[in-house]
Write a protein that binds this ligand. Structure first.
Ligand SMILES: *Cc1c(COP(=O)(O)O)cnc(C)c1O
Length: 354
C-alpha cells in the first residue's frame, strides 16, 4: 500500500442510467497509470482523473503497433459487493502478450493492486446487474523514435467502462460467414497475443461479411485454409454427434479465458470435450449428415453466443433450427450463474474486490 499515488477527479461525472449503457462508450472518473524505463523499472503508479493521454506523435506504438490489451469484467452481486472473474488469468495472458511483442513484463502485483484500488475509487460508477464494469488494461511502447525496434519506455494503463449487456438477449443466435479468403493470423505470427494488430487485420473480412448480413466471420487457418481457428474475436465450439469439440490452441488462436472456463466447466458437468484440429469440411459434412448438433462462440463480452447459421460457400448451414442448443444453454446458465454469484462456484473463479 502507499505505492499508488491518488489524485481525485475534481469534476466527477454521473454515469448514465443502466438502460442507456452501450458497450465501451462511457468511462469512469479515474484511470490507473504507471510508467516503465530500463533505469527505474515500473514507477510512478498513480490513479488520476480519466482523460486524454499526452503522447509524443513519434511514439512507437502509434507507428509500429507495439501495444497489447486485456478485457475482463467486474460484476455487482446481489450482496452489493463487486466481484471479478478469474482476473489472474487475464494478467497471466497479458504477460504472455508482453513476451510475444518483445515488451518487458509489467509489475503484475502493482497492476492488480492498481485495478482493485481503481474499482474502489470508482465504486459510484459501478453499474447494477445485468450491466457490468468492463475493464480494459493496456500497455504501449512510447519511445518517441521512428526506428523500428522494441521501445525502451512504456505506459501501462487501466480504464473502466460501465457497459450494458453485449447483445440484447444473452442467448440470441448469430449468423456467421466462413471466411475463405482473408486470414486473421498465421502460423508463426502474433495471433496468440491480445494486440490491436490482429484486430486491424480482421476489419476487411468483418465488413465484407457484415455487408452480406452476417455478424462475424469464422476464421480458417492461415496456412491451409482448412481448419477452423476462431469466430470473429471469440473462440468457437461445435457439438458434433454429442461430443463437444473446439480447435486446439495452435499459436494463431487467442487463448480465451471463457474458452478455458467452458472446457473446464463442461468437463465438470460430465460432457466430453475434445481440443483438436477441426476441419471446416468435417463441420460441413457433420451438418449434411444431421450430426452438427450445436455451435457456439465464447468470449468475455457475450460469454456464450449460439451460432444459428454458418454460411460456407453455397451452403447456409442452419444449426439447431436457429436456436440455442441444450449444451450451449447449460453452459451459458452455469457460467453466468458463477459470474453473477447465483450458482455454486466449484473452482473458486470469482474474487471479491475489497
Ligand atoms: C479476447 C479474445 C477472445 C476471447 O477471450 P476471453 O478471454 O474469453 O474474453 C477470443 N479471440 C480473440 C481474438 C480475442 O481477442
Amino acid at each position: 500500500m502507499g505505492r499508488i499515488r491518488i489524485e481525485r477527479n475534481p469534476n466527477p461525472q454521473t454515469m448514465p442510467p443502466s438502460n442507456q449503457l452501450g458497450f465501451g462508450q462511457v468511462f469512469s472518473n479515474h484511470m490507473f497509470l504507471m510508467n516503465y524505463n530500463p533505469k527505474e523499472g515500473w514507477h510512478d503508479a498513480r490513479i488520476v482523473p480519466y482523460g486524454p493521454l499526452s503522447i509524443d506523435p513519434a511514439a512507437i506504438f502509434i507507428h509500429y503497433s507495439q501495444a497489447i490489451f486485456e478485457g475482463l469484467k467486474a460484476y455487482k452481486h446481489d450482496d452489493g459487493k463487486t466481484y471479478l472473474f478469474r482476473p489472474d488469468q487475464n494478467f497471466a495472458r497479458m504477460l504472455n502478450s508482453c513476451d510475444i511483442l518483445e515488451m518487458p513484463h509489467f509489475d503484475r502485483d502493482l497492476a492488480y493492486e492498481g485495478l482493485l484500488e481503481l474499482l474502489k475509487i470508482d465504486a459510484d460508477c459501478m453499474p447494477d446487474a445485468p450491466c457490468t464494469m468492463y475493464i480494459r488494461p493496456f500497455m504501449i511502447g512510447i519511445d518517441p523514435i521512428l526506428g523500428v525496434k522494441s521501445s525502451q519506455t512504456y505506459l501501462f494503463c487501466i480504464i473502466l467502462s460501465p457497459s450494458g449487456a453485449y447483445s440484447g438477449n444473452g442467448l440470441e443466435p448469430i449468423k456467421i460467414a466462413v471466411e475463405n479468403h482473408y486470414v486473421r493470423a498465421v502460423r508463426g505470427g502474433i495471433g496468440e497475443a491480445k494486440t490491436g494488430g490482429n484486430y486491424a487485420a480482421s476489419l476487411r473480412a468483418y465488413y465484407g461479411a457484415h455487408d452480406q448480413g452476417y455478424s462475424q466471420v469464422l476464421w480458417l487457418d492461415g496456412v491451409e485454409h482448412k481448419y477452423v481457428d476462431e469466430c470473429g474475436a471469440m473462440n468457437v465450439f461445435f457439438v458434433i454427434d454429442g461430443e463437444v469439440v473446439t480447435p486446439e490452441l495452435n499459436g494463431c488462436i487467442l487463448p480465451g479465458i471463457t474458452r478455458k472456463s467452458s472446457i473446464e466447466l463442461l468437463r465438470h458437468l460430465g460432457y466430453k470435450v475434445t481440443e483438436r484440429k477441426v476441419a471446416i469440411e468435417e463441420v460441413a459434412q457433420a451438418w449434411r449428415e444431421g450430426k452438427l448438433n450445436e455451435c457456439f462462440a465464447t468470449g468475455t463480452a457475450a460469454v456464450v453466443n449460439p451460432i444459428g447459421e454458418l454460411a460456407y460457400h453455397d451452403e447456409k448451414m442452419v444449426i439447431n433450427n436457429f436456436t440455442a442448443g441444450p449444451i450451449t444453454t447449460v453452459l451459458y446458465n452455469t457460467l453466468t450463474g458463477i459470474q453473477w454469484g447465483h450458482g455454486e462456484d466449484p473452482f473458486h473463479w470469482v474474487v471479491e474486490v475489497k
